[in-house]
Design a protein around this ligand. Structure first.
Ligand SMILES: [Zn+2]
Length: 223
């Protein structure tokens, strides 16, 4: 089906607003990272091209790409991340938007080979699991072949890419963006917690046992 013009413009405007917010809150600077949104009127997406910063997205530089990989004519080069975006939309009909950032606190954990612990009640409830996806087995950044297997599990809404960045997915751009922000916030909180615990000689045993009512109920049910 041919994409509807109003749908394209509406999704482009939403993507521009989300990209701007990511830039404003500091989870993506320079021309790195990527974000995309699924069209309602066709099997296609709107995606930021390569070499364009989150703060510089416009209706004229965003690209329209069909889920079969056909890129509509554009003066811009498709993103290196295009394949993994397309693949996630193909395997997960519940995903309508993807926000991929190189946010510094989260990427610090990812570069140290550490999973970001889901510490706060918000992270436990909204994310639950935050898998750390290793670098590509062929060397270099993660490709669709490395990323998609983790998202086959429909409960996975966010992931960390080793030495690279973060991925948040959702039913809307705003939902995916909130995840990208929560991941970064959680990494920052984890770093502060670990630093303070080390400084004050605290161990895991000093921490609260349950962060959510669900955890407490699950533990009670096991007894
Ligand atoms: Zn990237």
């Amino acid at each position: 089906m041919k994409p509807d013009v109003n749908d394209i413009e509406c999704k482009k405007d939403a993507l521009i607003a989300t990209a701007r917010r990511c830039f404003d809150v500091g989870i993506q600077t320079n021309a790195g990272g990527n974000l995309s949104v699924r069209l309602s009127s066709a099997d296609a997406i709107i995606i930021k091209p390569s070499g364009v910063g989150f703060a510089e997205c416009t209706r004229d530089n965003l690209q329209l790409v069909h889920l079969d990989g056909t890129v509509e004519p554009s003066a811009f080069k498709p993103s290196k991340d295009l394949e993994f975006h397309l693949d996630l939309y193909r395997i997960r009909p519940d995903i309508n938007a993807i926000v991929h950032c190189h946010s510094p606190w989260a990427t610090g954990y990812a570069s140290a080979g550490l999973e970001i612990p889901c510490l706060t009640v918000q992270t436990m409830e909204k994310i639950g699991r935050l898998p750390l996806i290793p670098l590509s087995s062929n060397g270099g950044p993660q490709t669709a072949a490395d990323i998609s297997p983790f998202f086959q599990d429909v409960t996975v809404r966010a992931a960390i890419l080793a030495n690279h960045g973060t991925i948040g997915v959702g039913p809307t751009l705003t939902a995916a963006q909130y995840l990208a922000e929560i991941i970064e916030e959680t990494a920052h909180v984890a770093y502060v917690r670990d630093t303070l615990m080390a400084a004050h000689g605290k161990t895991e045993a000093d921490l609260p046992k349950y962060a959510t009512q669900k955890d407490a109920a699950a533990d009670l049910a096991r007894k």
